[in-house]
Design a protein around this ligand. Structure first.
Ligand SMILES: Nc1ncnc2c1ncn2[C@@H]1O[C@H](COP(=O)(O)OP(=O)(O)OP(=O)(O)O)[C@@H](O)[C@H]1O
Length: 602
């Protein structure tokens, strides 16, 4: 039972201190509570009924004093309970976030961003609530019930039957009120997942929604999931609303019965009024904790379920890990020779099973300093192919080597220093232009930053901004144009001058003249580095030392532009579809962009 919570207590050692302190305060608080209740008997019997004002005053003073001390213990209990609950939530939040940072591309493909967000926020909040209520009430309730029953046996054994009847009635009522509530809470959480999924997608794509005038559709879509959430939230809320009135009804009826039967005892001389007053208080002390127990159980259930969802992330093993045989290398000695040997790859589905091959038996040798272009229709596998070099994914068969070393035998930290990459989606972080360019190497000096920005043709627009390299970048870089974002992302990839640079469709938003300028500058700055360009546009790769043409995950042709135009009908078709019929421009066959060269060692 509650295996996730038990596991949490075992792994979160920092919680033990606040937990023990809060429960110690709680025990004292409950004992004092009972003592105060017992004093009611003295007050009525020896004070009020005997007309002894001194007993009344001294008992009242004792009761006030004990109440003050009890309040301090109760406050201590609450404070440490909050510390414990908030500490637990923080422990889970930081641990989960740290875990997400260690996950590989493949793991992240299987967890949707909205899913991760819900787990990091709402689920952890559920755990916190359950821990808080649990620590405040869970241990208090049984303790109070046992003590109160003991007092009832000691004080008025003749009316114990009444207490048992009331406890049975309360249990039956609570059973019916709570039946199915756990499933209702789980359904509410799932409905919240649905709301967050729609919200995340719709807000991230709000511009597309507006551009396609889909606001009404999106509003309806959101209203639908929001209504589902409302229904799911109302069902347990209705049940909870019945809680207090039902219990009040039982307590008031029970108290009336107590005075009826107890009154007969007083008239018969078998009991006295003080005992009945104390018994009446004890009755509330039993019903209250029973209600508390019933009240927190759904929270505990929902917290336990959420804790399990958080553990799912914490238990996720990063697909790509450093091998025990991985040996550090001197990055400055890496030349940048890349070889694909019979490399095949396929993505995994949510269950972790490979769905089919996206790349098949790729054999390719790229010499240090060469410029290579990868060309092919959308979905042909270009990005997937280059992603195998920095080990964003591991090959299923074959291998990829850098300077003869299998990339799987390189420590990932070093591999990512060797391979600088501008990803297909140019994501910038909020901060400054400088901080974004320095993302991979915070120790670079201003000259190196400017050199990288110049090579990416970013310096031209950055230097026109009044704050220049200290210009603010908003979240995801939305205060820059698509082309500017791409150029800053390229500068970020070049800044540390890695021996291998991969630009994955990173110049697609640039006009052809700017693109040619970038390529020329990159060639100047990174002449000894191996440069890989993934492109949709043939103009991006025309002057490469080698163009690799992919079709449905297979490498169908490799060669220079002049070679491919003669030997590959597919290449010729792509060329003509983008740049016009060759028959009408024969001089372009050998020298497509006369005067522009990005090649290194042709
Ligand atoms: N993370 C992923 N999970 C599952 N399948 C994927 C993933 N990324 C890509 N694919 C699939 O792999 C195939 C190759 O995709 P890839 O992105 O490598 O193509 P591409 O040639 O770079 O395309 P584009 O030019 O449009 O970027 C496609 O069929 C795509 O649907």
């Amino acid at each position: 039972m509650y295996k996730n919570f038990r596991r949490l207590l075992v792994i979160y050692k920092g919680a033990r201190g606040p937990f023990i302190v809060s429960q110690t305060f709680l025990a004292f608080s409950v004992l004092l509570n009972l003592a105060i209740v017992a004093l009611n008997g003295t007050l009525v019997n020896d004070g009020v009924q005997q007309g002894n004002i001194e007993v009344v005053i001294s008992t009242a003073v004792w009761m006030i004093g004990l109440t003050l001390i009890q309040t301090i213990f109760a406050l201590g209990n609450s404070l440490y309970a909050v510390l414990f609950a908030e500490g637990t939530a923080n422990f889970l939040r930081v641990g989960t976030y740290r875990k997400i940072q260690t996950l590989s591309f493949g793991n992240l493909d299987r967890f949707r961003t909205s899913d991760l967000l819900v787990r990091l926020t709402s689920d952890i909040n559920n755990v916190k609530q359950a821990v808080l209520y649990g620590i405040l009430l869970l241990f208090q309730a049984p303790f109070m019930i046992v003590m109160a029953v003991a007092m009832a046996i000691f004080l008025l054994p003749s009316l114990l039957w009444l207490m048992i009847v009331i406890m049975v009635v309360v249990s039956v009522v609570l059973f019916f009120l709570l039946r199915g509530v756990q499933q209702m809470f789980v359904a509410r959480q799932q409905a919240l997942d649905g709301v967050n999924n729609v919200l995340q997608e719709a807000l991230a794509g709000v511009r597309v929604v507006k551009a396609f005038v889909r606001e009404r559709f999106e509003m309806q879509r959101f209203a639908k999931v929001s209504n589902t959430w409302l229904d799911a939230a109302l069902s347990p809320a209705y049940r909870m609303a019945l809680f207090v009135p039902s219990l009040q009804l039982i307590v008031y009826t029970g108290t009336a019965a107590l005075y009826y039967f107890g009154g007969q005892g007083v008239f018969g001389g078998t009991t006295n009024l003080g005992e009945i007053v104390v018994f009446s208080n004890v009755l509330s002390m039993v019903v209250g904790p029973m209600a508390m127990l019933a009240f927190i159980i759904p929270f505990l259930e929902s917290g336990e379920a959420s804790c399990g969802r958080v553990f799912e992330i914490l238990d996720e093993e990063a697909e790509i890990q450093d091998r025990s045989t991985a040996k550090p290398v001197d990055v400055s000695n890496i030349k940048g020779r890349i070889v694909f040997e019979n490399a095949s790859f396929g993505y995994r589905d949510r269950a972790g099973k490979t769905t089919g091959l996206v790349l098949e038996k790729i054999n390719l040798t790229i010499e240090p300093g060469q410029t290579i272009g990868f060309l092919g229709a959308t979905g042909s596998g270009k990005s997937t192919l280059v992603n195998l070099i920095p080990r964003f994914y591991d090959v299923l068969e074959g291998k990829v080597t850098i300077d003869g070393i299998n990339v799987c035998d390189l420590p990932q930290r070093q591999l990512h220093q060797i391979v600088g990459m501008a990803l297909q989606e140019s994501v910038l972080f909020s901060g400054t232009v400088r901080a974004n360019i320095l993302f991979s190497r915070p120790d670079l000096d201003d000259d190196e930053i400017v050199a990288a920005a110049q090579a990416a043709d970013a310096d031209s627009f950055v230097s026109r901004i009044p704050e220049q390299y200290d210009a603010p970048v908003s979240r995801r870089g939305t205060n820059f144009s698509g082309g500017q974002r791409q150029r800053l992302a390229i500068a970020r990839a070049l800044a540390s001058r890695p021996p291998i640079v991969i630009l994955d469709d990173s110049t697609s938003a640039l006009d052809m003249a700017t693109e040619a300028r970038v390529q020329e500058a990159v060639q100047g700055l990174m002449s000894s580095s191996t440069k890989l360009y993934v492109a949709q546009r043939i103009s991006t790769v025309l002057t490469a030392d080698k163009i690799v043409l992919l079709e449905h995950g297979r490498q169908v042709a490799v060669g220079t532009h002049a070679e491919l135009i003669q030997t590959s009908p597919l290449y010729r078709e792509i060329y003509e579809s983008q740049l016009g019929k060759l028959d009408e421009q024969p001089e372009r066959i050998a020298s497509p962009l006369a005067g522009q060269s990005m090649g290194g060692t042709a």
